[in-house]
Design a protein around this ligand. Sequence first.
Ligand SMILES: [Mg+2]
Length: 112
Amino acid sequence: MTLEEAQKQVDQWVKTYGVRYFSELTNMVVLTEEVGELARVMARKYGDQSFKEGEKDNIDEEIADVLWVLLCIANQTGVDITDAFRKSMEKKTKRDNKRHINNPKLKDHGRE
Ligand SMILES: [Mg+2]
């Protein structure tokens, strides 16, 4: 699935089952909530917290929830994510093409 297809699929779903988009500001709040849910799983899986009884490692689900709301916000603000993401990659490549390679902290960290 391309990003364009994902945007269209979300739009179709909202129009079929969701009646209409939540307002842009509501979706911004929902995005924050979903990022918080992802953060909770990250804190338990990679951080010092442990899973409570009944909680599970559902990072995949939480990342998809974040993406879902982002796609909604893109749709309702007229953003073509395919184009915006391409521009973002170009910007990062131009700006950071030596920055991380020359960062000794990234080499000495010992992570694979
Ligand atoms: Mg969630």
